[in-house]
Design a binder for this molecule. Structure first.
Ligand SMILES: [Zn+2]
Length: 550
């Protein structure tokens, strides 16, 4: 790691925060510099600590001078956030991008990345960004999913110029289908699904392929009126021997007799995914499609469809799939796990759905910075919670006030202690101007976490904000003086403030917090000292938090 990059980031962080840089915040920035850093985090942390110490010993003025010597001014840095690489054939005002989700699940980080990148490209070229619901499977489409996607995008601050629904355009697909049949580029197939699959594998065509155009038009009419699900479908006539299996006479229209949340029972024949998306791209005037690599194989088919109808294809490029290590993201898998009660819902803290992240206390700025840092290249890299967490930490740490809570508490008495009724402790030690909170003290009844008790029993520790003691059930007061190397532990002195924290693995922790926690409002993010960041989720028979991260 280049020393200058560390120094630059430590200085920038210090200058933005009253002259005091924070190691975790600097780490977050450094990680965004490139993938090589992510693999060496353990090695880099001590280096960052040293540099942050050096930087924090300077005055704000000295820090600014030093930054200037590195050739960086603060304004430039804020504007010059990671730039997206240029798109081919793109000019100011002539770029149209789209984010086309299927409303069949709650949006997760993969959706957020696709939406964000397309949105930012439209913005970069002062073009148009379209959100298009690909709602052509009435069986999976639900109103709650449309709403969740809209709310997720709004939460991230992503704005669109047009909101579109494939379900608004179904009759145009019928026209396109008839045109393809009339030009002998498509036929109606009455074979069963299993047979179609088998033929595709064996690369042989069925007898429907030989039907005349008139015969096809005749069955198409029946398809629209009386044929049932699975009895017939429309297929493109490409080649059953094609090396890309998707090109072996793919189905483009099929019967689905489910109630649709937007158009009810108006249609019983619906376009398949590739047909739907390929035509919408053209009809909406999309110029550039930037999408996840999993769609790579479909490009050939979608461009073929556009060509068949004499339409111009947009530029399509793929970026690496977004997947956080160990997190399920497939809608089918999640729906299944919720049904089996392995997950509590779409906002289960183990998921990377936007609603889960929001509930845990992640903030949109951090999510966006993290997503942008993962880049638009095709190279897959392993993404972990740690990375997302360090981005989030760097945003929320300066904003979150700090409080005490103890878990699995143990009660101690302190002999010979000064008689105090309460102490004042800073809400955030790095920002003394923010003020204090008051913690009541009863030296005959101090609660500390059992893990601290077991670790430090018989040793000298400092009760943060209070004084130093020799720790035991009957502890002894030693002094008030702050000693750098002495372990420092949090404590509380009243038993009433019960708190409950939902951890990221779905387990729960019960603890006792300091009384001021009761004043916090729902949705407030705080840091429990030596425990981690939490978001206040609800107050009802106790105070419930979601654990964000350490
Ligand atoms: Zn057939």
């Amino acid at each position: 790691m280049e020393k200058n990059i560390l120094l630059k980031n430590a200085l920038l962080n210090a200058i933005q925060h009253d002259g005091k840089a924070n190691v975790q915040a600097v780490l977050g920035k450094i990680i965004s510099e490139g993938p090589e850093v992510r693999d060496n985090i353990k090695k880099i942390i001590p280096e960052i600590k040293n540099i942050v110490n050096d930087v924090n010993s300077l005055t704000l003025e000295e820090q600014q001078k030093k930054l200037k010597r590195l050739g960086i001014t603060l304004e430039k840095r804020v504007e010059g956030k990671k730039e997206l690489p240029d798109l081919p054939n793109a000019g100011i005002g002539n770029v149209v991008t789209a984010f086309p989700p299927e409303p069949s699940k709650y949006p997760h980080m993969g959706h957020a990345k696709a939406a964000l990148i397309n949105y930012l490209y439209a913005k970069k070229y002062k073009g148009k960004f379209i959100v298009r619901f690909e709602d052509t499977n009435p069986e999976l489409t639900k109103k709650e999913y449309y709403d969740a996607i809209i709310n997720g995008l709004k939460w991230l601050g992503i704005e669109w110029n047009k909101l579109d629904y494939v379900s608004n355009h179904v009759s145009k697909y019928y026209e396109a289908t008839i045109k393809l049949i009339k030009e002998n580029k498509a036929y109606v197939c009455v074979c069963k699904q299993d047979e179609i699959k088998k033929n595709r594998r064996l690369m042989i065509g069925c007898k429907c392929r030989q039907n005349s155009i008139d015969k096809n038009l005749e069955i198409w009419e029946k398809l629209l009126t009386i044929l049932k699900e699975g009895e017939a479908s429309v297929r493109l006539k490409i080649s059953m021997g094609h090396k890309n299996a998707l090109m072996r006479d793919p189905t483009i229209m099929r019967v689905l007799e489910h109630y649709h949340p937007r158009v009810g029972k108006k249609y019983r024949v619906w376009p398949m995914y590739d047909f739907a998306t390929a035509l919408m791209d053209v009809w909406e005037g999309v110029t550039h499609r930037i999408r996840s690599k999993e769609f790579e194989m479909r490009k050939e088919l979608q461009q073929f469809i556009q060509k068949c109808l004499g339409l111009k294809s947009p530029y399509i490029t793929e970026m690496a799939r977004f997947n956080l290590k160990g997190v399920p993201s497939s809608g089918r898998q999640i729906r299944e796990m919720i049904k089996n009660k392995e997950l509590t819902g779409w906002d289960d803290p183990r998921l990377t759905t936007l609603m889960a992240l929001k509930r845990r206390g992640f903030v949109p700025e951090a999510i966006k910075e993290f997503l942008i840092s993962t880049g638009v290249s095709k190279t897959e890299s392993t993404l972990t919670w740690d990375m997302l967490e360090s981005f989030n930490r760097s945003v929320i740490d300066p904003k979150c006030n700090r409080y005490f809570a103890v878990f699995n508490p143990i009660e101690i008495k302190i002999k010979n202690a000064p008689l105090l009724k309460k102490v004042r402790v800073h809400l955030h030690p790095d920002f003394p101007k923010r003020g204090f909170r008051q913690i009541p003290v009863n030296v005959n009844k101090i609660l500390i976490s059992r893990s601290d008790f077991e670790k430090y029993k018989g040793k000298e520790v400092r009760l943060i904000g209070l004084f130093n003691i020799k720790l035991d059930k009957k502890a002894e007061f030693i002094s008030k003086k702050v000693i750098m190397k002495m372990p420092k532990i949090q404590w509380v002195s009243e038993k009433n403030m019960k708190i409950n924290v939902l951890m990221p693995n779905g387990s729960k922790k019960n603890g006792i917090g300091e009384p001021e926690i009761n004043k916090l409002k729902i949705d407030k993010r705080i840091q429990f000292v030596r425990f981690g960041f939490c978001r206040l989720d609800k107050k009802k028979l106790g105070i419930f938090f979601y654990f964000t991260h350490k």
